[in-house]
Ligand binder design. Structure first.
Ligand code: NAD
Length: 356
């Protein structure tokens, strides 16, 4: 089969990790008889430098007409002083909203072989960590009204957290559907004891739950949730939460599973078009130094095969290859521990490709 994939390498470590993920996809294509055509497009800081805007219309058009999108990361200190509308991160928000990608799936799994990279005590991590964060991606504070105004205390700035019933309903359905395929347990994370938006959020979650009698549902306030993730991570199966809480919670999840360099993500909407990217950012501190862990991006490519192209066996082949390379003791610096073999970005990508 033939697939057209828009590839946004972006900034910082983006090009380093995307190179490894496309190499892996080419190997999968060779092994299983598929052709992946990569269409390179610019977004983020590099697009600002070339075209004066973070998300050029041409990039958006090409993304919309492709079968799927693979993204590295955007952003960097060079563009930090630009006004918020002109910053690289605007490209991400633009892609998500323009493509209607409201559901962001972020699986967090502690591989047995990586337990040395987990900072939790053995008695906690040995119970296993395997959950998925279902983060709402096109609403809430990241998209709400914001501004600056003068007050009697001087200048003040404000952002708005707002959720409509339909926005919550569709992400809740996504979470419950996923739970039906897993261990039938959903944990809703909100701040309903304080925020009006969270109270509406929770009431819709409860409403949707009625269609899923087999699924167990519990609720945690976000402050308690951050604690429980450290104290009792094995109690989670599917987490459903807002855009901002999901952003924070999944970075925490990345630390208890080893590194932010291994967590992939899929952003999905109604249209069937998906965008796949690691959960980390552009890591300017290690860009171009052959230090970035490419596994999150490679596993994001596996999610693409599974969710956008329904190529389950091919996706599993990538996951097994990653697992075997880790089992064989190879580690990038972020997950390195005593007795293991440290490799760079390129070698890690090549080892996974060879394993396939
Ligand atoms: P970051 O995720 O880029 O980096 C945080 C820390 O994790 C750094 O120490 C970095 O070296 C490390 N790290 C990240 N990815 C890694 C990998 N693959 N392998 C090894 N180590 C890795 O977050 P930040 O420093 O807060 O942000 C840097 C820039 O990225 C900012 O401009 C930010 O806005 C942007 N950002 C972009 C995205 C995205 O493109 N999706 C997401 C988050 C942040």
């Amino acid at each position: 089969m033939n697939f057209n994939i828009s590839v946004i390498s972006g900034d910082g470590i983006g090009p380093d990790i995307i190179e490894q993920a496309t190499k892996v996809l080419n190997k999968i294509g060779h092994k299983f008889g598929h052709q992946f055509k990569f269409i390179e497009v610019d977004a983020g800081g590099i697009a600002i430098d070339k075209f004066g805007e973070p998300l050029p219309q041409k990039t958006l058009d090409i993304c919309k007409s492709s079968d799927s999108i693979l993204l590295g990361a955007v952003g960097g200190h060079k563009w930090d002083t630009l006004p918020v509308e002109k910053r690289p991160e605007k490209a991400l928000l633009g892609l998500r909203s323009e493509l209607g990608l409201y559901a962001n799936l972020r699986p967090a799994v502690l591989y047995d072989t990586l337990k040395d990279a987990c900072p939790l005590k053995d008695e906690i991590s040995s119970k296993g960590i395997d959950f998925i964060v279902v983060r709402e991606l096109t609403g809430g504070m990241y998209f709400g009204e914001r501004g600056i105004k003068e007050t009697h205390l001087g200048q003040a700035a404000w952002d708005t957290e707002m959720y409509a019933v339909e926005e919550v309903r569709r992400i809740a359905k996504t979470a419950f559907d996923i739970a039906m395929l897993r261990n039938k347990k959903v944990t809703n994370i909100d701040k309903a004891n304080v925020l009006a938006s969270s109270r509406l959020w929770r009431s819709v979650i409860l409403e949707v739950k009625k269609d899923y009698p087999q699924v167990e549902l519990d609720h945690l306030y976000v402050d308690n949730a951050t604690m429980q993730l450290i104290k009792n991570p094995s109690s989670f199966d599917v987490i459903v939460t807002t855009n901002m809480f999901g952003d924070i919670i999944s970075d925490e999840a990345s630390q208890i599973t080893g590194s932010i360099g291994i967590i992939p993500s899929a952003s999905l909407g109604k249209s069937g078009l998906g965008m796949y990217e690691p959960i980390h950012g552009s890591a300017p501190d290690i860009a171009g130094k052959d230090l970035a862990n490419p596994i999150a991006t490679i596993l994001s490519a596996a999610m693409m095969l599974k969710y956008s192209f329904q190529l389950e066996e091919e996706a599993t082949t990538i996951e097994i290859a990653v697992f075997k390379v880790l089992e064989n003791g190879y580690r990038t610096k972020d997950i390195m521990s005593i007795g293991k073999k440290q490799v760079g970005t390129k070698e890690m990508g090549q080892l996974i490709t060879d394993e396939i």
